[in-house]
Design a protein. Sequence first.
Lengths: 484, 487
Amino acid sequence: MQWEAVIGLEVHVQLATQSKIFSGASTAFGAEPNSQACAVDLGMPGVLPVLNENAVAMAVRFGLAINAEIPEYSVFERKNYFYPDLPKGYQTSQMAQPIIGRGEVEITHGEGDARLVRIHHAHLEEDAGKSLHEDYHGMTGIDLNRAGTPLLEIVSEPDMRSAAEASAYLKALHAIVTYLGISDGNMAEGSMRCDVNVSLRPAGSEQLGTRAEIKNVNSFRFVEQAIAFEIERQSEILEDGGRIVQETRLFDPDHGETRSMRLKEEANDYRYFPCPDLLPLMLDSAYIDHQRTLLPELPSEKRHRFTSELGLSAYDAGVLIATRPLAEYFEQVHAICGNAKLAANWVQSELMGRLNHDSLTVEESPVSATQLGELLVRLEDSTINGKGAKQVFADLWERRGESADELIEAHGLRQVTDSGAIETMIDEVIANSPVQVTQYREAPEDKRGKMIGYFVGQVMKLSKGTANPQQVNTMLREKLDALL
Amino acid sequence: MHDKTLAELARGLAGGQWTSRDITTALLERIERLDPTLNSFITVTGEQALHDAGEADEARARGQAGMLTGIPLAYKDIFCTEGVRTSCGSRMLDNFVAPYNATVVDKLRLAGTVSLGKTNMDEFAMGSSNENSYYGPVRNPWDQSLVPGGSSGGSAAAVAAGLVPAALGTDTGGSIRQPAAFCGITGLKPTYGRVSRYGMVAYASSLDQGGPLARTAEDCAWLLNVMAGHDARDSTSVSRSVPDYTSELDKPLDGLRIGLPREYFGEGLDGGVDSAIRDAIRVYESLGASVIDVSLPHTELAIPTYYVIAPAEASSNLSRYDGVRFGHRCDNPDTLEDLYKRSRAEGFGEEVKRRILIGTHTLSEGFFDAYYRKAQQVRRLIRQDFLDAFRQVDVLMGPAAPTPAFPLGETADPLQMYLQDIYTIAINLAGIPGISVPAGFVGQRPVGLQILAPHFAESHLLNVAHAFQQATDWHQRRPDIDGSEPA
């Protein structure tokens, strides 16, 4: 049978506030264990939470970015369960009345058109601490630095149908939160964590199958791997006439597989109820309008502008908007050189190629957008040719010079476009190549095109690469054809 | 010195009749002599108190004294006090030394008061007799075979016995007003949100409110002046200016409209209490007040509503006592589950466990709507009862408790015990302020008159209570305790 996968994601985004969601302790990553947990984070007797307004502002900006309903009134609730890294014995979260209602995220992948994934809601909550099982023989270490870090949990509708779509959705969310500056989006440090719900149904069916929830899927690649594995696992069971059990599974990145963690029957009863220590959160339209003024141009808006106004392909636009720094780099290069396609090509091939090779981010690029833009200006106005431009780029990368113009002068790369000078060189090459000239003259017409390459090469060599190759080509053909 | 009011002590300090060290020394001596029997303190911080008293006297010598500088106080052991054990009357926190002060403790320290220590209480403020303390029951200074009431029983007994002029308590369902009534003193529960809850160990967060227990309404006013106000660390504290609560104390009561809720004078009310309260009402009539019969129709739902909401919140609030970070931990746990189960089984007493179980049940899937949601709906009706009544009258009056203090060990049935709070509990559900003032005796057992006012009308409430204390001397009666020997 043909099976269709139905996929929904729950993504926890760590918000980039300076302090925690309900206390004044710092949220910086990587500090000594328990050095960034105050009395409130430790759940000491008598302490009370105070909501961090910055976390609220960030959630609202996310809501605006996904065109979501933002209710006037939302409520914090307590999710009760016991775990050693959960200091109060409950997590303060939102359930019945979350801060962000229904919205939508535009995704694109491959050559396909953009489509929308519906967002069910997004809610604010506090993170738990970490249990450290290694390094303690027969014991568990507890680090509460992370306890109370603000999270925005974004829950999608089950709108994705393939691992690639799920990954594209996660990338789109990543782009939105990093464009908004509400998260650093660092998946390796856990700033974005993903739980995946997967079920299968016969193709064409409208009914949902029984789902498995896969926890701890924390990279774009793992999302694809976990879903691919899960689709395979579930379809095998269904093909054999078996039934899927509703369960929570854990993704094991070392083996690329998912494993059962607990069955639905073993799930906690979290006994949600409104947190009596926090007042309901009221947001008026003036506040929301103010947050709207703080929104940057969003990735989907940039994509549309890059294709419709700059004439880039959907693919190029998709690559360039992936992160805000990359898009802004491209835009600066374009602003200087004025040729969007040229700028797009250079950013994607030369720049990104070298960045990937050296494992650098665009912010760490040795070549600034201004430097690249100025280099492309010289390519555009034919001061240098493509080969020279690549040489200058390599020099800029190695920091052998400050600017393209300086390097062009230093290496004498200024292109020769003076036809008198080129003609002199051509005459010299023809004079020195009697054998090749004879061969050219005797060759049938359709072979001559290829043979001209030799003469072009000789002229370029003579010019030390500075002659305009196009011009050399045209003039050579005229000269040689005149000898026929 | 021990039978003076806080205001009298303050005036004596200001007039140079005595120093804070004089008072503190005398009271510490008295605690040492009498408290082994009364058991009203869990921790006495004598050395610190003498040191602080010395500093208060020095501040006064420099001309830097305020009204309360050098006044000794005691805190119910539910208020976190930096560097001093905060047990909450529980084995669970027997080893817990708070690393910070509750906001009200900070405020009162800043005002120059001197803490003598931490008073006994029902474990986690759950109880109406102070018999639920890990540190043993408190005895009523009027008759040591009687309970002092609860849960702020230690604070009430200490003030009544003249061990301290005033003490702080908390009131979730009557825990300031009922022990104040049983011990013949004055106890004020402010409006919910008027006093910060930060650093007050939570029992039921939407009901808990800290307040003073003292000899007079005037003393309560002086303390509330310092305690009240918005606290950035408590989101439920109200941002509203704090008046001088002493400024209206002496206003005449001409034209005061007193409502008597008929539900507060029905079945179950002790005859002696009933007649004492009716006598008190007549005093008010003689002061120019008129009396109006009113109804609070949802009164009978207050106890069941409270016993859904308070345990639900408590079951969550007390989850943090898991043996992991602080508090009691069982010996040699085998597994995580063993650690949780034994630490909590050993650390909590019976009543606390009972309420955790009730609360866990009412919040459970499938029961939430029938219990918690329904209780919240009824809570709104109860609140509306009071708002409606206050459209006809300025204050409501009635007994603080259905009986005077009862013998220790007599009430074993928890449901019977819960009925003790029948006149006090609805006030917490509505969030309004209430005060209990001494209003006579049944035999040797004090009776408390409860006065209720609209939200944030503490000034008026204290005015009404003060007028009664200007016209009567019940608040000046003292138990004959000095002759008694330790049992």
